[in-house]
Design a protein around this ligand. Structure first.
Ligand code: SF4
Ligand code: SF4
Length: 704
């Protein structure tokens, strides 16, 4: 796994009155235990991966408490796991990246929300919306609205986050409704501290097991007609009022008073940015005292009409700060105010942009406009000066950046996926470019230069399914590329099973690198066993496990090849055959090579230990002979490795820069393979760098 959380796991044991230090997402982990959670599950994904990673690594301690932890194979499995809280008084929490994970989990969530829960359930969502987001830009809010599940959006400080975890369970139980908690990337990684409490051993746990199913069979706990019709009524008639009552009685939302008679309603998660903006405009101090009253919504759904009306009445105008589209909160507030005949003006999206993150600049701009119109006596000149300085910096940066070459993101140095795309590019030069259906994962980097292979991206594990419509209409076979993470998440059923059932054709390349690498190298069903992992660079390390191949064969895939990624020649031959064979049916290439990042992480301490002990260590490195390099850079166009670059031509008579391999090359061998497979040039050489050389090495060095 990407990180060892030894220190964080220790923090999970903190007791009453001790101080927890760390990141927001780790505060959630501790708060779950303080709340007496019985079971935890989820699917990793930024920015909430650490929650599950810590729980998985803390298994020994969780066993002591009786808390069950499940690393689920998808968000759908995680959501369905919450079914344990429908019939039993067990608190459960799951986590995933939203919006994508919530989409995957949607079916189970609808049924869970319909049936309702007895034990508190909390779904911790990594709200990947805004400038750091890496998925389709949509909000989780829509899911809360459609299913009538409650949505928390705590102010990003550790005390509030931890408190909202505990209150979230209580809210869930008080209203028999699942509760979601959205945490944006900044909230997950905000650092701080909070006063911890003793962890609660759960009432129902692996130590205190259930006697059996509920004594009384209650049909209404099944989300099945006719119960679903009653459940739909219960949501608005019983659960919603109960939730609103709990929110008010426990003051989950916070009012920060101010001297002006205008007000701001803000999603809790945006509070820190708002305070910074108010300070920039000159309307708040460094300790959070604002001249404009603020209603911070730690619960963004459901809103409480009386709370909103109470805050708005007697105010000349209200500004709603709600990130993203559409303006769900603003529309609901408008309805409340209209129904109560509150006369003040309501602003929101008319002063702020509709789509995208509310960063500091956007907030300062919107606030300044609001204040200029509704509180013109306030001096906001410091905000205007700040905006001008931002503008000047932007102009300077764009002038500087315009002179720099574009540097698209790419694979790690030595990544086993790079050689596969080199081979695909070589074959495409011969037979023409096919339609390439990409997937979520590291291999999506191949959609950038120098490979530029990838025409669609439809979701995790969806590449083969996304090629189903293209393939029958294409003169060349469509190619789907998928990681082993995507294969287990969704690709096996959505892609492979569907293709087989429809007697489809096409080529599927599965990158078997051993882990869910893009999310932090979490383990998969097909991860290689520990003892199969330490092999030389350039050799296949995922080979000891055949789970993917066996599954495919069992399912009925006839054309199936496993190829070592780093062998570009073999990969190109196999891929060419898959693309051109007259044989009908799905062709699957399992491209096997361990994630280099994971490998290097494992290797680093071992090498350091060897060197410290004075033991001999050989490191392979590739190089380019600058005298024979022609400077045409075809090697770079076939690789894109960050350590294969250019330098000035040492020959004063030649102007083209020559290729060079800089320090950092891990000796994966792709350079040599490409030179050979593409018949490039004889410029590449392989060197062995020997540290702590033996007597024999020294002697050979002298002779040679
Ligand atoms: S994390 Fe692993 S699979 Fe992903 S780009 Fe890096 S080496 Fe390749
Ligand atoms: S051998 Fe070539 S592709 Fe492999 S790490 Fe070194 S420079 Fe990069």
């Amino acid at each position: 796994m990407e990180r060892q959380f030894t220190k964080e796991i220790e923090s999970l044991r903190l007791g009453d009155g001790e101080t927890f230090h760390g990141e927001g997402i780790l505060a959630v982990t501790k708060a779950l235990l303080q709340a007496g959670v019985s079971y935890v599950g989820g699917y990793q994904g930024a920015p909430v991966s650490h929650l599950l990673d810590v729980m998985v690594q803390a298994k020994d301690y969780l066993d002591e408490l009786g808390v069950h932890v499940e690393a689920c194979t998808s968000e759908a499995s995680a959501a369905a796991m919450l079914g344990a809280s429908i019939n039993y008084p067990a608190r459960g929490a799951v986590t995933w990246k939203s919006i994508v994970g919530t989409n995957v989990a949607a079916d189970a969530l609808s049924y869970l929300a319909s049936a309702g829960v007895m034990g508190g359930t909390l779904i911790v969502l990594g709200e990947d919306y805004g400038e750091g987001g890496v998925v389709a830009q949509e909000r989780s809010h829509a899911f809360a609205l459609k299913s009538l599940m409650w949505l928390l959006d705590p102010r990003p400080n550790l005390s509030t986050i931890a408190n909202m975890v505990e209150r979230g369970f209580e809210l869930s139980e008080a209203s028999n409704t699942p509760v979601m908690m959205e945490l944006r990337i900044r909230a997950c990684h905000v650092r701080g501290s909070f006063q911890s409490k003793k962890n609660l051993a759960p009432a129902v746990s692996t130590l205190h097991k259930l006697d059996g199913p509920p004594k009384e069979f209650i049909y209404d706990r099944l989300a099945h007609p006719p119960a679903t019709f009653r459940q739909e009524k219960l949501k608005s008639d019983v659960r919603l009022p109960a939730a609103r009552k709990f929110i008010v009685e426990n003051r989950l939302n916070e009012v920060f008073p101010g001297s002006e008679n205008v007000g701001i309603v803000v999603q809790g998660g945006l509070y820190n940015t708002l305070m910074r903006a108010l300070r920039t405009v000159g309307l708040a101090d460094a300790f959070g005292a604002s001249r404009i009253p603020i209603l911070a919504l730690n619960v963004v759904y459901p809103l409480v009409p009386d709370e909103i009306v109470g805050f708005a009445e007697n105010k000349r105008a209200l500004l709603v700060l709600e990130e993203g589209q559409p303006e769900f909160i603003e529309q609901e507030i408008a309805t409340f105010l209209r129904r109560a005949d509150v006369p003040g003006k309501l602003h929101g999206k008319d002063f702020m942009h509709m789509a995208g993150e509310y960063n500091l600049e956007a907030m300062v701009r919107g606030l300044s406009r609001f204040v200029e119109i509704h509180a013109p006596h306030l001096d906001t000149s410091s905000g205007a000066a700040w905006m001008q300085s931002v503008q000047r910096t932007k102009e300077k940066a764009s002038a500087t950046l315009a002179a720099l070459p574009v540097r698209p993101p790419t694979f790690c140095v030595g990544c086993p996926e790079r050689p596969v795309f080199s081979a695909m590019k070589l074959v495409a030069n011969e037979i023409g470019r096919p339609h390439v259906s990409m997937d979520v994962g590291c291999h999506a980097f191949a959609s950038f230069e120098p490979f530029s292979q990838g025409n669609t991206l439809l979701g995790y594990g969806m590449s083969l399914a996304a090629a189903a419509g293209v393939n029958p209409m294409s003169s060349k076979r469509a190619v789907a590329v998928m990681g082993d993470g995507g294969f287990w998440h969704n690709g096996l059923l959505s892609g492979v099973a569907s293709n087989l059932m429809n007697k489809g054709d096409g080529v599927l390349v599965i990158m078997k690198n051993g882990y869910a690498s893009a999310t932090g190298t979490q383990e998969l069903l097909s991860s290689p066993p520990e003892d199969a992992r330490m092999v030389a660079v350039g050799e296949s390390a995922a080979g000891a496990d055949r789970t993917i191949e066996n599954t495919l064969s069992g399912l009925g895939v006839k054309w199936l090849r496993t190829v070592n990624n780093y062998d570009v020649g073999a990969m190109a031959r196999t891929y060419r055959e898959a693309m051109t064979t007259p044989e009908k049916g799905l062709k699957v290439i399992v491209a096997e090579g361990e994630c280099q990042l994971e490998r290097q992480r494992r290797l680093k301490p071992q090498v350091a230990d060897k060197l410290k002990k004075g033991e001999r260590y050989v490191r392979v490195k590739y190089g380019v002979d600058e005298d024979t390099c022609t400077g045409d850079h075809s090697c770079i166009r076939l690789s894109g490795c960050p350590t294969l670059t250019v330098k000035d031509n040492p020959d004063p008579l030649r102007r083209d820069p020559v290729a060079t391999v800089i320090d950092g090359c891990v000796g994966c061998g792709l350079c040599g393979e490409n030179a050979h497979a593409a018949v490039l040039c004889p410029s590449f050489y392989r060197a062995e760098v020997i540290q702590n050389p033996s007597v024999w090495d020294k002697l050979m060095h002298r002779i040679v």
